[in-house]
Structures are given as C-alpha cells and as structure tokens.
Design a protein. Structure first.
Length: 132
C-alpha cells in the first residue's frame, strides 16, 4: 500500500505543477526514486496508471531508480548500498524508515556506523512534459 500512497502524491503534485504551468495535457512525467525507499516499481507503475486523471491522457510515467551512495564520516570511504547483504527484517525496516539504515549498515572499510547518504533517498518529480 506504500506505493499507492506514493502514486497519489505524485499524481497530486504533477496536477498542481501542470496547472501552475498552464498545461492542458500531461504527456510525460519523469520520476526519480531513491534506492533506499525500496519501492516496488511494478506496483507504483500500476497505481500511477490507475490513478491518473483525464488530464494525463496517455501520459507516460518514466521511473528511474537512483542508487544509494554512502560515505563514511570517519574514514571517507564511499560505497553503494546493497540490499542483498541484508536479512529480511533489516531490509523491511529500511524500506519503511530509510533513516534506520545506520542501525543496519556499517562502513565496509572501517566498520563505523557513522556515514552519510549522498544519494539514493527520497522520491521526486524530475520533469513534466505536456501541451499548453
């Protein structure tokens, strides 16, 4: 159900932006999804297709996943998040509250849990194309 709520927010935001920009029809919406959100893309795509209004017509929703890049604050090492190294409970916790990643992940170089998420968090609308 998490994906349906996200789809509703995307549709609502896109509708507001389209109105503000004077678009009569939306043709394409590019969406970036941070990997840490662990969104089920097929469910999100289905929800978007079901929730879009007439203003969206045959609009395409293009979804790109942004890899989660992490940087250790202790040693400066950078690495990419790997969901495959987590057990199911840890993965589920990060899925619902990405900020909990610090409880489950440590720097692979020095073992510190003190790191920053450089990329791969959140969901945002990258661009909207339409007809004025």
């Amino acid at each position: 159900m998490h994906e349906w709520a996200l789809a509703e927010a995307i549709i609502s935001s896109t509708t507001q932006i389209a109105q503000k920009e004077g678009l009569k029809e939306v043709r394409e919406v590019k969406i970036k999804v941070g990997e840490l959100q662990q969104v089920e893309l097929d469910i999100l795509e289905f929800a978007l297709s079901e929730l879009k209004t007439a203003k969206f017509g045959t609009a395409q929703f293009i979804i790109e996943v942004v890899k989660a890049e992490l940087k250790c604050r202790v040693c400066g090492h950078k690495w990419f998040f790997s969901k495959n190294k987590l057990d199911a409970d840890s993965s589920e916790a990060i899925h619902f509250v990405p900020e909990t990643i610090h409880a489950y992940i440590k720097c692979p170089k020095c073992g510190s849990p003190d790191f920053e998420v450089i990329e791969g968090r959140g969901i945002w609308i990258e661009s909207i194309k339409g007809v004025k």
